[in-house]
Design a protein around this ligand. Structure first.
Ligand SMILES: [Zn+2]
Length: 135
């Protein structure tokens, strides 16, 4: 079952396997959001900078969505943290999506497969799911 515990575990494994060199300078919280038609994931930081909060679309609780897709969306948000967006780390780009920097970072960190599965899924399935008004 894809509950909060599952999501936390996914985050812990992702960090351990692909981001363990990154300094953790505040609390990083991860949660499911409500089902959204417009965004797969997001990251924000509290005003006091003590917490960064990653929200994952509640649609990912559906076990029919490949886990690589969830991993890719999670990694995408973590890459923003690494690049200093919504995190206390030093900002390394002017814009969070400048010139494919998220893709490049994912590939560098061994997440090419997840990146590609997510791209294909977003193109072929995501629009279909939301278009049919799923949930
Ligand atoms: Zn992004």
């Amino acid at each position: 079952m894809r509950d909060q515990k599952w999501l936390q575990n996914l985050f812990d494994e992702m960090w351990k396997n692909h981001f363990s060199d990154v300094p953790v300078l505040n609390n990083i919280l991860i949660k499911f959001s409500r089902v959204s038609r417009t965004r797969l994931g997001s990251i924000r930081m509290t005003r006091d900078k003590k917490s960064s909060i990653i929200l994952m679309n509640g649609i990912f609780k559906d076990p029919l969505i490949p886990v690589q897709v969830v991993e890719a969306v999670l990694a995408h948000e973590i890459v923003h943290y690494v690049h200093g967006f919504c995190s206390p780390l030093k900002r390394v780009h002017r814009h969070p999506h400048q010139g494919g920097v998220v893709r490049d970072e994912m590939i560098k960190r061994g997440l090419r497969h997840q990146y590609e599965v997510e791209r294909r899924w977003t193109k072929n399935s995501w629009r279909g799911l939301v278009g049919r008004g799923m949930r």
